[in-house]
Design a binder for this molecule. Structure first.
Ligand SMILES: O=P(O)(O)OC[C@H]1O[C@H](OP(=O)(O)OP(=O)(O)O)[C@H](O)[C@@H]1O
Ligand code: HPA
Length: 177
């Protein structure tokens, strides 16, 4: 187990930002066929909250990707572990993430969905660490920018634990002990 250091983003902050993102998405996609694609596992919690803030019917699907690298960083090489089974050709795709760190995962997925002939591909994340970015990807809907700290909760894990915490916590890493 890891020591939880402090709450970085409270439940109330998450709730209010998710409402704002849902309202913006509802405005922007009104009258369009929208498919939300959650990137497992981390996005599961945010996805469940976000979809209920969208004011018209949307289709949802999930995909699971893995990046090769150490447990706390990503290398940019990703493999699809589980793909969507929705035909997204001609539909508007919104990729839903819990955290954008280097941006390499979303850069790769954005290219993949463009090749699959989606009408448009946009990105929504609840958390972003801009100081870690390696790929300059446009984030269409960005929830909360956070500093370069290892965080858990609201879907995010450390060694598969803590995803169920309702707030976002900073966790003590090995180097800090
Ligand atoms: O911007 P990047 O540097 O590419 O990193 C972001 C990705 O890393 C995390 O997922 P992780 O690989 O930890 O999988 P998980 O969601 O199953 O925990 C996060 O949920 C993003 O999917
Ligand atoms: O801060 C983080 N928390 C959980 N998973 C992560 N993957 C990259 N950064 C993080």
């Amino acid at each position: 187990m890891k020591e939880l250091r402090k709450v970085l983003v409270s439940r109330a902050q998450l709730e209010s930002r998710v409402k704002e993102l849902g309202a913006a998405i509802s405005r922007d996609y009104e009258g369009k066929e929208l498919v939300l694609i959650g990137i497992l596992k981390g996005a599961a919690v945010f996805m469940a909250d976000l979809m209920r803030e969208i004011s018209f019917p949307v289709a949802i699907d999930y995909m699971s990707v893995s990046s090769y690298g150490s447990s706390s960083t990503t290398s940019g090489v990703i493999t699809i572990k589980q793909d969507i089974n929705t035909d997204i050709r001609g539909k508007h795709v919104l990729l839903v993430e819990d955290l954008i760190d280097t941006g390499l995962t979303l850069q790769h997925l954005g290219q993949l969905f463009a090749l699959r002939e989606a009408a448009s591909v946009s990105i929504c994340t609840i958390l972003s660490k801009p100081s870690r970015r390696l790929a300059d990807i446009p984030i269409d809907y960005c929830g909360i920018e956070i500093p370069d700290e290892f965080v858990v909760g609201y879907g995010l894990d450390y060694a598969e634990q803590y995803r169920n915490l309702p707030e976002v916590w900073i966790v003590e890493t090995e180097e800090q002990q």
